[in-house]
Design a protein around this ligand. Structure first.
Ligand code: SAH
Ligand code: ZN
Length: 695
């Protein structure tokens, strides 16, 4: 977890909401406003002490990672014993102590002195309390500073240099939290020459693959629709954010490896000359199969102890030393990188994988010719699509299931004489509609999305038939619509401000405001939003919100209290997650919770209480909630399961949307017949949905 790190990392965020990164700068907290379809920024007062972010970060998950904890503990015991066997004292420095866990391990393993430092002040405060509670407060010296600000000497933060460094400042990309700078500074200023370092090294692996499903996260797939996207999009370097995910959940039939995993970098954390902050490696292999190199999968492992006998691997199951019996974690996943030009290879044909890193990030490319000089610079998005649209959204736009429903519904309802109005941020719907209709209007209020829509319309030569209106729905006049009445109003619906599926209810606010412009028998697509829910037994996901309690013999309840004190007041009890990455069984059937049409917005409030009855035994640890949009007989667009949900079986969640999930802090063993109640209250004035769960 990295705090107050400066701008570099802030701008290269990850795809996940669950990051170990807590931004010290966010005194602004964003909030979706379904009425306007925009993000509101709420300013936090100065007493806001980031508990919310700690609660939402992957801190807790990291502490549930037993393999990680035990391997650090074992490595520490070995290192301390090695020094004692040599007749030396063991002086341990723990950089980024977090809750104090590794320092307490070092103290318990017999270290002669332990210095812990922590850059994030609220965490350092918490660590102090935890150390006292565990009666180790006077054995550990805690410095609430960034390691690079620490001094050594009689008046310094440490009286003398340490001879053991233990640190866990790694993210999914290994170096994204600034590990290179942290290690280099520590060797220069804080450690003795022949120190021991835990972990001693890391190895980074990459594997080129061919996969339509994966490609769709980076390139809008237009193969199933009328219309295309500008060529600049497919030649583009892509999004700057890290695509981190639970790679193991990609079904094996969805990708073809084009080579075995390749080791591309080794990071020697005990290297006397210092770690380099810009490196490049090139490996030439012969392709294992025919295919296009759509993506490069990446993961790393760590050699924990000074002899390198204990390895901690983040590999996916097909490359993991423990095979399919691998431990689960969410704070380190795997990552996907996209080459800036698709390269097609044939079986046995040689091609080169070029890997690069700077101080904080990695990038990869593939080539056949051996000319790899262009790879030296970190690629940037030059087309504007990748910086505006999230990967989830890029995937959603080209999702064949959605596209086929849109195409069928438009075919049925849009005539050559139709006047159509499209409402959705940066959508291909206007392009799909334009080939059938007389006239198409598009509402685009966000300038970034308007640029995308303009580019799509221009590229598809539709400027004479499509007009983009840059106004809020309630500001639109007859003039804006060329004095025409709208026959078909259509939305995906998708709005960039929608953090949770039901925030797309903005579609119906827009229709409500546009009522006066609709023809008498106007068709509204989709007509209704249906909210659905299912009771879940997630294999692991519940751990990310479960209290830590006692960890490797150390009482961390103070940390649980820190999280709970804030999340009880300020946390929404339902959070967005890409559930396809988190396997789990359905314990109940899918139940309709609430159905909304635009007429319902006239009501004072709309509420529903539904019972979710368990149809099978299991561990109840979550409730998943999603929405569906009805396009009549032509189909239903879902933000939930892609295939019909079967009780007792794993749910097949959509790859290109996020669902809402309520995670129970303490899982409950339940039997078939057990019933829980979900109550939802919708306030048409604010567009807010309030959820309460009686489990
Ligand atoms: N060591 C703990 C916590 C690991 S999370 C454990 O293993 O459970 C990483 C922590 O390191 C975060 O709390 C982050 O704020 C801190 N951190 C990262 N780089 C740091 C640095 N250079 N100096 C001090 N703290 C740092
Ligand atoms: Zn781009």
């Amino acid at each position: 977890m990295l705090i107050g790190f400066g701008l570099t990392r802030l701008f290269c965020s990850t795809e996940k909401s669950l990051s170990r990164f807590v931004s010290k700068m966010s005194t602004f907290v964003s909030h979706a406003n379904p009425v306007t379809g925009k993000m509101d920024w709420i300013i936090q007062d100065e007493n806001y002490d980031y508990h919310q972010e700690i609660a939402r970060s992957a801190y807790a998950d990291m502490l549930h990672d037993t393999e990680r904890n035990q391997k650090y503990y074992d490595a520490l015991k070995i290192a301390i014993k090695m020094l004692h066997d040599r007749g030396e004292k063991a002086h341990v420095l723990d950089i980024g102590t977090g809750t104090g866990l590794l320092s307490m391990m070092a103290a318990s393993a017999g270290a002669d002195s332990v210095t812990a430092c922590e850059a994030f002040k609220p965490m350092a405060k918490c660590a102090k309390k935890i150390m006292q509670k565990n009666k180790l407060g006077d054995k550990i010296s805690l410095i609430p500073k960034r390691s690079t600000e620490m001094t050594v000497g009689p008046d310094g933060d440490m009286p003398h240099r340490a001879n053991i460094l233990v640190t866990e400042v790694f993210d999914t990309e290994l170096i994204g939290e600034g590990a290179i700078g942290t290690f280099n500074h520590a060797h220069q200023e804080l450690l003795v020459e022949d120190c021991l370092v835990i972990p001693r090294a890391a190895n980074m692996f990459a594997q080129p693959v061919s996969s339509e499903l994966v490609r769709r996260w980076n390139q809008i797939d237009t193969s199933n629709m009328d219309g295309s996207v500008p060529g600049a999009v497919s030649q583009c370097g892509g999004a700057p954010s890290l695509h981190d995910l639970q790679l193991d959940q990609l079904p094996p039939q969805q990708f073809t490896p084009l080579s075995a995993p390749l080791m591309v970098f080794r990071f020697d954390f005990n290297c006397k000359g210092g770690l380099k902050s810009d490196r490049r490696s090139e490996v030439t292999v012969s392709a294992d199969d025919d295919g296009t190199v759509d993506a490069i999968f990446m993961w790393w492992d760590c050699e924990m102890d000074p002899k390198g006998e204990i390895t901690l691997s983040c590999a996916p199951r097909w490359a993991h030393p423990d095979g399919s019996d691998l431990p689960w974690r969410d704070h380190w996943m795997q990552a996907i990188y996209y080459p800036s030009n698709p390269l097609t290879v044939s079986r046995s044909e040689p091609f080169s994988l070029v890997s690069c890193h700077d101080e904080y990030s990695l990038w990869f490319d593939v080539t056949k010719q051996g000319d790899t000089s262009h790879v030296l610079e970190r690629p940037l998005c030059t087309c504007g699509f990748h910086t505006t649209l999230s990967r989830t959204r890029i995937g959603m736009m080209g999702d064949p299931c959605r596209v086929s429903i849109f195409q069928a519904a438009l075919k049925k309802h849009v005539k050559e004489t139709s006047v159509c109005l499209c409402i959705s941020d940066g959508s291909l719907l206007p392009v799909m509609v334009a080939s059938r209709a007389r006239k198409v209007f598009v509402i685009e209020t966000n300038p970034m999305y308007k640029r995308i829509t303009d580019a799509l319309i221009q590229h598809n030569n539709l400027r004479d038939r499509v007009t983009v209106i840059n106004k809020q729905p309630n500001e639109i006049s007859r003039d804006d619509l060329d004095n025409l009445q709208v026959d078909v109003i259509v939305g995906e619906p998708y709005f960039s401000s929608s953090m949770l599926p039901w925030h797309n209810v903005h579609m119906w606010y827009a229709i409500y405001d546009l009522d006066a412009h609709l023809a008498d028998n106007a068709v509204v697509l989709p007509g209704k939003m249906v909210m659905k829910a299912v009771a879940m037994d997630f294999n692991h996901m519940w751990k990310i919100r479960a209290p830590v309690g006692v960890c490797e013999g150390f009482d961390l309840t103070e940390f649980d209290r820190l999280i709970e004190s804030s999340s009880d007041i300020s946390d929404s009890n339902i959070e967005p997650q890409p559930l396809w990455e988190y396997p789990g069984r359905a314990l109940s059937s899918a139940v309709d919770v609430i159905k909304l049409q635009y007429k319902d917005l006239k009501e004072k409030s709309v509420q529903a209480s539904v019972e979710l009855q368990m149809k099978t035994d299991g561990s109840l640890n979550g409730v998943a909630v999603w929405t569906e949009y009805e396009f009549g007989e032509e189909g239903t667009v879902t933000t939930g399961p892609r295939t019909s949900l079967r009780v007792g079986e794993n749910v097949d969640w959509d790859y290109y949307t996020r669902q809402g999930v309520h995670l129970l802090k303490t899982p409950r063993t339940v039997s078939a017949g057990h019933t829980i109640v979900l109550h939802v209250q919708f306030d048409p004035k604010t567009g807010e949905f309030d959820f309460s769960f009686k489990t």
